[in-house]
Design a protein around this ligand. Structure first.
Ligand SMILES: [Zn+2]
Length: 98
C-alpha cells in the first residue's frame, strides 16, 4: 500500500466514524432546525457510500485515479477530499456528481 493510500485510508476511516455518529437515526421526523431527518439521513448515507467506495478502491489498488478519464486525482485533491472520484477537470464537467 502506497503512502497516499494509507494516509487516505486513515482519513476515510475517521470520516466514516464521524458520519456514523452524525447519522440522525430513525427517531423523530424533524431536526431542531426544521430539516426532515430523512433528508439528513439520506445525505449521511450517500457520504458513507462514497467513503466506502473510496476504501474499496484503496483495497483494489485503483485509488487515486479519476473514474472518468483515468488520470491522477493529485495529492492535494485527495488530501482535501479523500473520497473524490473525479479529477478537477472531470468534476468541473459533472457538477452534480462530485
Ligand atoms: Zn478526470
Amino acid at each position: 500500500m502506497s503512502r497516499i493510500d494509507s494516509e487516505a485510508r486513515s482519513l476515510l476511516l475517521d470520516r466514516r466514524e464521524a458520519l456514523r455518529r452524525a447519522h440522525p437515526g430513525d427517531g423523530g421526523s424533524l431536526l431542531s432546525d426544521g430539516i426532515p431527518v430523512a433528508v439528513v439521513a439520506d445525505q449521511v448515507a450517500r457520504e458513507l457510500a462514497e467513503v466506502d467506495a473510496a476504501l474499496s478502491r484503496i483495497a483494489a489498488g485503483s485509488y487515486g485515479a479519476c473514474s472518468s478519464c483515468g488520470g491522477p486525482l493529485g495529492l492535494q485533491r485527495l488530501r482535501a477530499m479523500p473520497e473524490a472520484r473525479f479529477c478537477l477537470g472531470c468534476s468541473g464537467r459533472r457538477p452534480a456528481d462530485d
